[in-house]
Design a protein around this ligand. Sequence first.
Ligand code: SF4
Length: 631
Amino acid sequence: MPFSYTGKILHVNLSSGDIAVEEPDDLFYRRYLGGKGFAGYYLLKMLRPGVDPLGPDNVLVFAPGLLCGTPGPGLNRFTVAAKSPLSGAYGEAEAGGWWGPELKFAGCDAIVIKGRAPQPVYLWIEDGRAEVRDARHLWGLTTGEAQAAIRQELGEGPRKVRIAQIGPAGENRVRFACVVSELRYFNGRGGLGAVMGSKNLKAVAVRGRQEPALADPAAVLEIVRWHAKEFKNDPRGAALHAAGTPGLVAGLNAAGLLPTRNFQSGAFADAAALSYDAYQALLSGTNTCHACPVRCKREVSVTGDYAASPLYGGPEYETIAALGSNCGIGDLRAVAAANELCARYTLDSISTGGAIAWAMECFERGLLTRDDVGGLDLRFGNAEAMLQLVTMIAHRQGIGDLLAEGVQRAAARIGRGAEALAMHVKGQELPLHEPRGKFGVGLGYAVSETGADHLKMVHDTVFQTKESASLLSAAPLGIWEPLDAQDASSRKVRLYRLLENGPALWNCLGACFFVYAPRGFFPLERVPELVQAITSWRTSLGELWQGAERAINLARVFNVREGFGRADDTLPPRLFEPLEGGRLQGASLSHDEFEAALTLLYRMKGWDPATAAPTPAKLAELDIEWAAEEM
Ligand code: SF4
């Protein structure tokens, strides 16, 4: 009997309406784990290279991590994946909350969807039964409206129906439309909401009553109790509990690391107005995800011109910086209203902010005129214009239609130097972390299969002092000495290499990055113990780390098969120019250092430095020799 997983993977063909259940053997789970491990496997096996990401042949995967839905700390995350319409590369985005656990409770470890429904539909999964239902009456609704309608239709019971869905931005195939569940947990990056829209799939609603079996429930309970008692005694857990990610704004600004006015500066004059002190005036409550005592989630309530309801949560750090400082806007109420609009329409707030910041800079530099932007005064700092653009992007109105394509395509369309202002990697807009002050983050943005993504690496800034809790907790990996965040030497490449499998492992297990070391409190040396208590597997950090590396390599093989190479593992030109203002005034990356680091990293990873492709030896080491034939 399997522990932690159900042994069932649902395959849905939306073109024919066929639904089938696959029952993989235990070794499949041990080899691919879950989350991105499943995503890489199914995208390589089921998708032909070169397919249109918005055509019926794209494959859409919903995959909770292996341990998702068990009571272990922060074990709640699931991945949505497909070929990305934003980058044309491997696309994945993970989210926490309650939807992933509910899918497991409903008796399903993943859903693999292909085809395109002839008319809008939603998928309803309850206790092992799946059904494709008519959604014509839901098409065009915003997420709050659709969630209420679906819940009413399916009947309120003692257990809530959990709904992952798209709003108008997904329906209109905005290339950075996201998927949202419970109106506030976002599978944000890569345009996976547009893939749902292209398949006429409005939502996936789930309800289940069977919690995953545990191999050793008493041992799991001991770990859960120990973590709940201890995490607040650790500075990482305490800080996140006290202020969530919005608590990062003030410190990053003081360090010169708060992206401002389309990454022109790392310091924002109005940062205090975006800080957690200011946030508390809007705060109406805190919230959490399944099985997590950290409770880092915030809810805001705003009335008046910039109304925002706690139903849609509250802006996280990324959203505050993307739609605040990076657009030159120092008004948290406007950011909260924009956060709600992104949740209603299902727009990725990082890419939305990136597109608007790029448009504002183009406007200030005369590359976009008032006529081009529908008469808006699109200078940095105009909160009204920012909010109007969010709606225009979701509905592809006016200039919003261009911005809905993402900054890479939009810049190529208008030309005249606009490309140099487009802050993206592989077409995906940069998250709100400044590589000129965090070299490893830059390296990670460049090599990430999905394009720039801040959850693919542990950030350099937490390893700078010998007292750092993150540094001390990384000792079992062979990381013992502090290193400056801007260091670009071989020691930084080693640090990056030793750490990079961690975030991928948390994804594969369904574990939250903020709960597990080195970014979170839960120690690495207790992870194998936790996995064994849940699954019964006798395992080690070595085996698990290699599982994560396998998943990374599958995603890389997918990209190589799609024609991506070393030239795509790059950074926007602005990062090689000096930062303006703030503590890192004048800091820039060096092309020579960056390229040397990239070459060294490929060698450490067992990838060919010329092609950036995994070598046959690396794939053999990872027991996925079959993947070599895909390249
Ligand atoms: S730390 Fe925050 S994001 Fe992570 S599981 Fe807990 S509440 Fe969710």
